[in-house]
Ligand binder design. Structure first.
Ligand code: ADP
Length: 713
């Protein structure tokens, strides 16, 4: 079965290997064993149910919560040559009939439906008339009230198990908490499920978390690093979305807003423009994202702090689903904390308390100096054992611990104390920086002993330290005007009984270090751009999003290997037979033309990565299972006799086979064992010599392996 799976993987999806844990997840499906698979976004969950569906008899039913996503998912599959369909309310009666007919005729391997439809009596009756290979429940956390997206209709899926007792159910989610996993098992009434949990580290994402000082400037500097690439900018409130969007438009950036205050039509049209790569930048509240399956989002900016690490992980998780590098930037401020606290205080006490705890954890994450990857993974209860992630502001040293943290803190706190809690952060900064602005002179604050105490530091740094002191509860904001005052804990700093932990941002000359050198290695950027336009053209012709045609990873691989034949084109990652047939000619032509015109080398043979899985061996194992002789197997897998006999020895050991007769005749076997009795079986050479070199080493190995299995030696 596995060999067939590899063939399918290459033929339809154009991949050579599986991502971590995909194989394990697929084995559960093939073995009809219920499972819960927890893999982070971009971990490749879809393939875990899509590829076995292609190897198995009958049709898989995929439960997916969002009608809006089904079409893209099914288009993507059809584009790879996989017969998939969906039934939902967006189809006309006639269209539904066409799908139902195709299902009855056994032409559909994967059928996508929403949970509310699946549990209808009429739909159940319909399904009972066809052969179901298994059920896949996507976004399975929707069943749990503890997840971030509870959907009551998921609860009703509990009837599936009793309605289809012999059919396995496989649940997929990216939500890490144990409680949600338990809810899934119980809610779906899974029968002794295998639980497969992947690492929550998204190693292709790089994180940077810095205090916010000039929002527009900070946001623009990131957008400028990502010209012509897709990105999402998250804000806390609708008003922030509108304001930032306008500021960006004024500066000439084409940014579209998205929040619950817009009309349905406007929201949908903005989202579609983003998905179809017509607009690169979307500025949004957290309302945006759930219906987004776009794989080539290259950056996420949080212009305000999210309310929890769960939210942060989810929102940043939308970047880099194609496995290529993506950047996540968070600009936070003490006022974000205050805003969320205010929003949360409107809920009932339990919710508020739980929310405040998460909010504090989020804040601590911002001001901490622990590797960001490690902090996130640890928060979700997993270990992170790498020394450095090489992909966050802390590990890349963009933020440093301030050496004289205590003294700087004392200077700031004494300035605040002297201002008697009556002035805001901006004023405090001015006093410490030694400003002679009108308001300072008016209040005579230039005469204070703390005036100009930090004049050698930038105002940006002073402001950031004030925010950090607020976050660490040494200072607080109070009253209508957000005046700053000391907390009780703050007074302890004067006595040196508490030392705040202040960070300083280091301006890095070499921003390139974050750039994803490896993924761009050898890629001809101009060709990449040409291929991108061609992809756009093809997508428009078909009326599908660009990533349905090819992922960015595929385009980069094309611009790197530059194949000028269809055979070479098939070697590109993500190019299966159908895509090669549909697009191969045009892409190969674009590549040839470009390389011809610019005298650029084509058909680059990259050193092959060591294949993790040896398909010849797997195929040989399948043949051994049918007792086929070594020479025949060698011919069929195109390997030397000696290699195949090594495979056989491994196979015998793995399977505990004790009868060598399919490969070694009884007489030879007896001679080998007699010889072994004489000269011992530790080494092969004495046996070989004892038999005067008449019996091949490979046969000796096989006889001994079976003998060992018989006698448990
Ligand atoms: P998830 O649903 O877990 O967020 P997806 O199923 O969307 O992840 O897959 C994420 C990306 O990884 C997609 O672009 C997909 O094509 C790619 N992918 C999945 N499996 C493989 C594989 N075995 N080899 C290479 N790329 C893969």
């Amino acid at each position: 079965m596995m060999i067939k799976l590899y063939e399918i993987l290459k033929k339809y999806w154009g991949y050579d290997n599986f991502l971590p844990l995909q194989k394990e997840a697929i084995e559960c499906v093939l073995n009809n064993r219920d499972s819960v698979v927890v893999l982070p976004t971009g971990g490749g969950k879809s393939l875990c149910f899509q590829s076995p569906a292609m190897c198995m008899e009958g049709m898989a039913v995929v439960v997916s919560p969002l009608i809006s996503l089904m079409k893209d998912q099914v288009d993507t599959l059809n584009n790879c040559g996989v017969p998939a369909a969906f039934i939902n309310s967006s189809l006309s009666v006639e269209e539904k009939r066409v799908v139902a007919n195709a299902v009855f005729q056994g032409r559909i391997k994967l059928l996508y439906v929403a949970p509310e439809r699946l549990i209808l009596d009429s739909f159940m009756t319909f399904l009972k008339q066809v052969q179901i290979s298994f059920f896949a429940i996507d976004e399975a956390h929707c069943i749990s009230m503890w997840g971030h997206d509870f959907r009551p209709e998921y609860r009703k899926l509990s009837i599936l198990k009793s309605a289809f007792p012999g059919t396995s159910i496989h649940a997929f989610t990216a939500t890490a908490t144990k409680q949600v996993q338990d809810d899934i098992v119980q809610g779906l009434k899974l029968d002794d499920p295998e639980v497969i949990i992947g690492s929550f580290d998204r190693s292709n994402l790089s994180y940077s978390v810095v205090p916010r000082d000039d929002r527009l400037k900070q946001v623009c500097s990131i957008i400028d690093e990502h010209k012509n690439e897709s990105g999402i900018i998250y804000c806390i409130r609708r008003a922030d979305v509108d304001e930032l969007c306008e500021e960006l438009l004024e500066k000439g950036y084409k940014a579209l807003p998205y929040h619950a205050g817009l009309s349905d039509t406007e929201r949908k049209s903005n989202q579609d423009a983003f998905i179809r790569d017509e607009a690169d930048i979307i500025v949004a509240t957290i309302a945006f994202g759930m219906g987004i399956d776009k794989s080539n989002i290259r950056y996420i900016i949080h212009a305000g702090m999210p309310k929890s690490l769960e939210n942060y992980q989810q929102e940043t998780g939308r970047a880099g689903r194609d496995g290529l590098k993506a950047d996540c930037h968070l600009f936070f401020s003490g006022s974000d904390f205050a805003i969320w606290k205010f929003i949360l205080s409107n809920s009932d006490a339990d919710v508020t308390n739980a929310g405040l705890k998460k909010l504090s954890d989020m804040y601590n994450f911002c001001i901490n100096s622990m590797c960001r990857h490690k902090a996130i993974v640890t928060y979700f209860g997993q270990e992170f054992d790498k020394e450095s992630c090489e992909a966050c502001d802390i590990c890349l040293n963009e933020v440093e611990q301030l050496e004289d943290s205590l003294i700087v803190s004392q200077k700031i706190l004494s300035c605040v104390a002297r201002l008697k809690g009556r002035f805001g952060a901006v004023h405090v900064v001015r006093v410490l920086a030694g400003s002679k602005e009108k308001r300072i002179l008016k209040f005579g604050h230039d005469k204070q002993s703390t005036w100009g105490l930090l004049s050698h530091e930038s105002r940006k740094s002073i402001r950031s330290w004030i925010e950090q002191l607020i976050a660490q509860r040494y200072l607080q904001r109070t009253g209508e005007y957000n005046a700053i005052s000391l907390t009780e804990k703050g007074w302890l700093v004067f006595k040196g009984e508490e030392t705040p932990n202040l960070l300083k941002t280091v301006e890095k000359a070499d921003k390139q270090s974050r750039k994803d050198a490896k993924a761009w290695d050898g890629v001809d950027i101009n060709l990449f751009d040409i291929l991108k336009s061609l992809r756009r053209e093809k997508a428009d012709e078909q009326g599908v999003p660009a990533f349905v045609v090819f992922s960015d990873a595929s385009l980069r691989d094309m611009a790197r290997k530059r194949p000028t034949t269809l055979k070479g084109f098939l070697k590109i990652t993500g190019v299966g037979q159908k895509k090669c047939a549909t697009y191969g000619k045009d892409f190969v032509k674009a590549i040839s033309d470009y390389c011809d015109n610019n005298d650029i080398e084509t058909n680059i043979q990259l050193k092959r990565k060591r294949r993790k899985v040896n398909t010849a061996k797997l195929k040989a194992f399948e043949l051994f299972e049918q007792d086929i002789s070594i020479p025949e197997v060698a011919e069929s897998v195109d390997r030397a006799l000696s290699t195949v006999s090594n495979y056989l020895e491994e196979y015998i050991k793995n399977e505990g086979i004790d009868d060598p007769s399919p490969w070694v005749d009884a007489e030879t076997d007896e001679k080998i064992l007699e010889a072994a009795e004489e000269v011992g079986m530790e080494r092969l050479k004495p046996i070989f010599e004892f038999l005067n070199g008449k019996i091949d080493y490979s046969l000796i190995r096989i006889s001994l392996a079976c003998f060992r299995n018989r006698s448990n030696v």
